[in-house]
Design a protein around this ligand. Structure first.
Ligand code: SF4
Ligand code: SF4
Length: 197
């Protein structure tokens, strides 16, 4: 079997050596927030790094792992603290996203959002507020089956609060992902913690 030194990376040569340092010990599993919420292998640093290596070496294409392994990583680098060889998974995923966008380009809608919406904090706040108002309106999508079931009971308020918290979490994850994509497009390391809503 060829070693990392013998293989010629198709792209992302700058992070290929770092990605090859993963010894598959799995110590990163428990500290990865995405693995905790969705315990599948490709949500771990080990899984993401392994798939990116497969793409670099030509066994798969980056577009094959765009939805999931590349899109859900928060680039939080929690995994580095648990990793003996200090594999920089956040950086590796960020570079893979950049490469993917260079290979595939952006759909029109994404380009519009990157140029016209994401750079403006006011526009993001407006969209978030509009989304919440829309879902609270009669006939909106805010009411879940659980909420409807409890209508007329003392549990209704608690169910609404639970829905609201879940929607806030979803919106934060969506905006964090969009912001990370925007940072990638500008060739910056994503900084999710700068997101303010
Ligand atoms: S802790 Fe580091 S070396 Fe171990 S599997 Fe995770 S990324 Fe690979
Ligand atoms: S950087 Fe990605 S893989 Fe590592 S802990 Fe954060 S979400 Fe998980």
């Amino acid at each position: 079997m060829a070693t990392a030194a013998e293989l010629h990376p198709r792209f992302l040569a700058d992070i290929y050596e770092a990605a090859s340092e993963c010894n598959k010990c799995s110590l990163c599993q428990a500290v990865c927030p995405t693995y905790v919420t969705n315990p599948v292998e490709w949500e771990t640093a080990r899984g993401r790094v392994s798939l990116i290596r497969d793409a670099i070496e030509g066994r798969i294409e980056l577009r094959d792992i765009a939805d999931g392994p590349l899109s859900t990583c928060l680039t939080c680098d929690n995994c580095i603290a648990a990793c003996a060889p200090r594999v920089p998974t956040g950086l590796i995923v960020s570079r893979a996203r950049m490469e993917l966008h260079e290979q595939e380009g952006h759909p029109w809608g994404q380009s519009f959002a990157f140029r016209s919406i994401l750079p403006k904090a006011g526009a993001l706040r407006f969209l978030h507020g509009w989304h919440r108002i829309h879902q609270r309106a009669p006939g909106g999508t805010r009411k879940s089956k659980q909420t409807v079931h409890h209508q007329g009971t003392c549990c209704r308020r608690a169910a609404r609060q639970k829905d609201r918290e879940q929607e806030d979490k979803t919106a934060i994850h969506e905006l964090a992902y969009l912001q990370s994509q925007y940072s990638v497009r500008r060739k910056q390391v994503p900084a999710v913690d700068r997101l303010c809503i």
